[in-house]
Design a protein around this ligand. Sequence first.
Ligand SMILES: [Zn+2]
Ligand SMILES: [Zn+2]
Length: 277
Amino acid sequence: MASRGSRGDPVVTDPLPRPAFDGHTHLDIMDRPVPEVLAAASAAGIARVITVGTDLESSRWSAARAAEYDEVYAAVAVHPNDTEKAAGGDASRTAAVLGEIEALARLPEVKAVGETGLDYYWDDAAPDLQQEWFRAHIGIAKRTGKVLMIHDREAHEDVLRILAEEGAPDRVVFHCFSGDAEMAKRCADAGYVMSFAGNLTFAKAQNLRAAAAVAPADLVLVETDAPFLTPVPWRGKPNSPALAAYTARGLAEVKHLDLAELCDQITATGERLYGPW
Ligand SMILES: [Zn+2]
Ligand SMILES: [Zn+2]
């Protein structure tokens, strides 16, 4: 159920029966203040969020918000599409940026190194450069003992290969999982967590729903990637963490799971990955 808020923003009128959390969002690029976003999320049953950096500035911002709000944890990294912009291929600038990412990753309120990975859909950065940064971020996740949060767009084979070559950290999350059922099985075999975003609810997303159906219940999360990828029935409107409630419902349907049980499972998986909030 959904109805329009006073400003035309989506409102969740049917909150989740048990709390869950938004495993990947970008609070820094929303058009509403953080307290308002968190209050709307909480009212929808989305009790917590992980806000994710994509460059040094947004990583610093994310870590600061995680220090400020109990409901917020942070992930820090340079997004694959931002690697060229971050250092222009200059070795000493690259080392300086990665050094600061690693220092941020050591903060207690920073729970993940991400989003990092490979994006072959856009051509903002050459694949070689993206791979170099991805390998460096894997090293940071391992040295700091934090979760590796992966962005994988049209790059499944190279992401899996580089993880195997580098040796994956103990805890790996594929944010906005975009593989098919076969990819989901490979991730499950490796123990990688698959985080589903609002595109799970799109009419054309049969392959993604097939992947979600075979993903083990203890290896799935939901996320918004807000302000992008707004779930049905609010496509076209700005996304926000509250709307992860729709994705959780969609995921419960696909997996034929009781919604309350799925929420509790998501919370348990979140605590396994990130520790108790
Ligand atoms: Zn991403
Ligand atoms: Zn993202």
